[in-house]
Design a protein around this ligand. Structure first.
Ligand SMILES: Cc1cc2nc3c(=O)[nH]c(=O)nc-3n(C[C@H](O)[C@H](O)[C@H](O)COP(=O)(O)OP(=O)(O)OC[C@H]3O[C@@H](n4cnc5c(N)ncnc54)[C@H](O)[C@@H]3O)c2cc1C
Length: 512
């Protein structure tokens, strides 16, 4: 033993690392273990990060508590006093009016025609949902071409069976609506393409029951609450693990800052993202900015799970808007199509590709919606290649791309042609892929992986299961927590929380 009580070093002060620390520090009134949390960033919270933009409280990472009944994250937010409307000040916050009901959504086709909700938008949505449910239940059947082609076949069959004589324009809009739903699924799952998802394995995924809610005081309040419950000095910021020597006890942790002394530990709980682990095992690991060197290398079963599981990119783009009078003003101005609402609408966009000024990456989003009804701040979500591309674009290009999109979808006719009555003032965006401390956003079960890989992610090292001659239990040198280690709740904050508690409990059982 490193000291007179077991020393546990937790790597990462996201929700998983902090919940593990809390569980360990609670045990034996904090006297049982020597617990340290090392965090590379100058802040705790990881992929939970509340920020401010244009006078609003916005979440750059996690937004929702996904189901409140039984959710430990909801309980924490409640205990932190962060669920009341004036928590932490009087800023309006992202999604303060909850998930928006369908009847507030305005679906518009490229060029500005409003899509008939009852005759066109809803039937396509129902068709889409039914087909995805069937695919997740393993009932998609053969046919080849992957899940997107399966969806297109379903739409063609629906169109062929229809007898109302809808013309080719309606069919084009329906295809664009299908692409819109696919974009939504991509951001929900973080997969670049639906064909990357193992839909049958995804059937194991569960949210908690009950409403999905946001946190008025900001998600970061949950993080602050967890940190405040730890003994002062437990969390050490600005320490990036660079090398982990785990071949024998004590385990040695070496940090990127040469001035930082190595730490030794009886046990390490590693909570870095699956993206960081992938970067650490990839062929460019030696030069990857956030990579961790493992000595000895991680065993093959762990490497396989890390490389097979999916870890995608999802980014959020916040846009501040102002309403402007169309050029020329006056009585003769006609607000066309969708442009009539006084507030910025909950705009869902059916891109069909005919307006050349709209950049390709804008076509990857499903919607641009005010962060709450009546707000001048709107939010668009992006996944995959569009989300990555967005990270590197100069602000001006992003502003131009969003403006061209609004000019097309919410046009106001004027003497100079179609412009929107909404002008983009400025933007803010997340950059989860380019940040070497995350290298992406959240995990999914990719084709070729399985729920079993999520379990393998959670297995401690050295691997147990082979009884040693003297029946000594495996030494639990490296334990793994984090959202990508939870078989049924992966990709969420509650998965992160539960995984931290799970690994703390594993150590508590090790020292009964
Ligand atoms: C855009 C976006 C939207 C999301 N929306 C939701 C949502 O609505 N609801 C929901 O439940 N979840 C959502 N999530 C997912 C949720 O945020 C994560 O699942 C959860 O926060 C992960 O927590 P974690 O502790 O597992 O990992 P992390 O938060 O990634 O924590 C790991 C920590 O390790 C640190 N670290 C990395 N490398 C090192 C190193 N070498 N040395 C030391 N420290 C290191 C990192 O800085 C980080 O703080 C979203 C995520 C994103 C990005």
């Amino acid at each position: 033993m490193v000291a007179n009580k077991p020393r546990i070093v937790i790597v990462g002060a996201g929700i998983a690392g902090l919940s593990a620390a809390q569980q360990l520090c609670r045990a034996g009134q904090g006297d049982k273990f020597d617990v340290v949390v090392v965090e590379a960033a100058p802040r705790a919270g990881g992929r939970v990060f509340t920020s401010e933009f244009a006078g609003h409280r916005v979440e750059m990472g996690a937004t929702w508590v996904q189901g409140i009944t039984g959710s430990p994250v909801y309980a924490l937010a409640h205990d932190a006093g962060a669920l009341t409307e004036d928590a932490g000040g009087h800023l309006p916050y992202e999604r303060m009016d909850g998930p928006f009901p369908d009847d507030r959504v305005l679906t518009v086709a490229e060029g500005g025609d409003v899509v008939d909700a009852d005759k066109v938008a809803k039937p396509v949505e129902e068709l889409y949902r039914g087909m995805m449910d069937a695919a997740r239940a393993g009932e998609a059947g053969g046919g080849g071409g992957g899940v997107e082609e399966y969806l297109r076949r379903g739409l063609r069959a629906y169109q062929a069976a229809r007898t109302d004589g809808s013309g080719s324009k309606v069919k084009e809009v329906e295809e664009a609506l299908l692409a819109m739903h696919i974009n939504r699924e991509r951001t929900d799952t973080s997969a670049d393409a639906l064909g990357d998802l193992d839909l049958a394995a995804e059937g194991e995924y569960r949210d908690f029951p009950g409403d999905h809610v946001t946190i008025p005081g900001g998600y970061t309040r949950v993080v602050e609450h967890l940190v405040a419950a730890l003994p002062p000095g437990t969390v050490r910021l600005g320490l990036r693990l660079r090398r982990l020597d785990w071949g024998e006890t004590p385990v040695r942790l070496h940090f990127a800052d040469d001035g930082a002394a190595a730490l030794i530990a009886d046990h390490v709980i590693l909570t870095v993202s699956l993206g960081v682990l992938k970067a650490s095992l990839g062929k460019d690991a030696a030069s990857a900015a956030g990579a961790i060197a493992f000595d000895p290398p991680l065993p093959q079963f762990k490497r396989d799970a890390v490389s097979r599981l999916g870890f995608g990119v999802v980014n959020k783009l916040f846009v501040e808007l102002e309403a402007v009078e169309p050029e020329g003003g006056g009585e003769e101005q006609q607000l066309a199509g969708a442009a009539a609402p006084p507030d910025f609408p909950f705009l869902h966009m059916a891109f069909d590709g005919h307006v050349a000024k709209i950049p390709w990456w804008m076509r990857g989003t499903e919607s641009i919606c005010p962060v709450h009804a009546g707000s001048s701040v709107a939010l668009a979500w992006f996944a995959g290649r569009e989300a990555k591309h967005l990270e590197f674009l100069p602000d001006d290009d992003v502003v131009r791309g969003v403006q061209a999109t609004l000019d097309s979808f919410l046009p106001a006719t004027s003497s100079s042609g179609a412009t929107s009555r909404w002008r983009v003032k400025r933007i803010e965006r997340s950059r989860w892929a380019g940040d070497p401390l995350f290298v992406g956003s959240y995990s999914y079960v990719a084709v070729g992986s399985s729920g079993g890989d999520l379990d393998r992610m959670a297995e401690p090292l050295p691997r147990g299961g082979v009884p040693e001659a003297d029946r000594t239990p495996p030494p639990l040198r490296v334990l793994f927590a984090g959202e990508a280690t939870h078989r049924t709740h992966y990709s969420t904050t509650h998965a992160a929380y539960l995984s931290g508690v799970r690994e703390a409990d594993r150590l508590l059982q090790h020292y009964p």
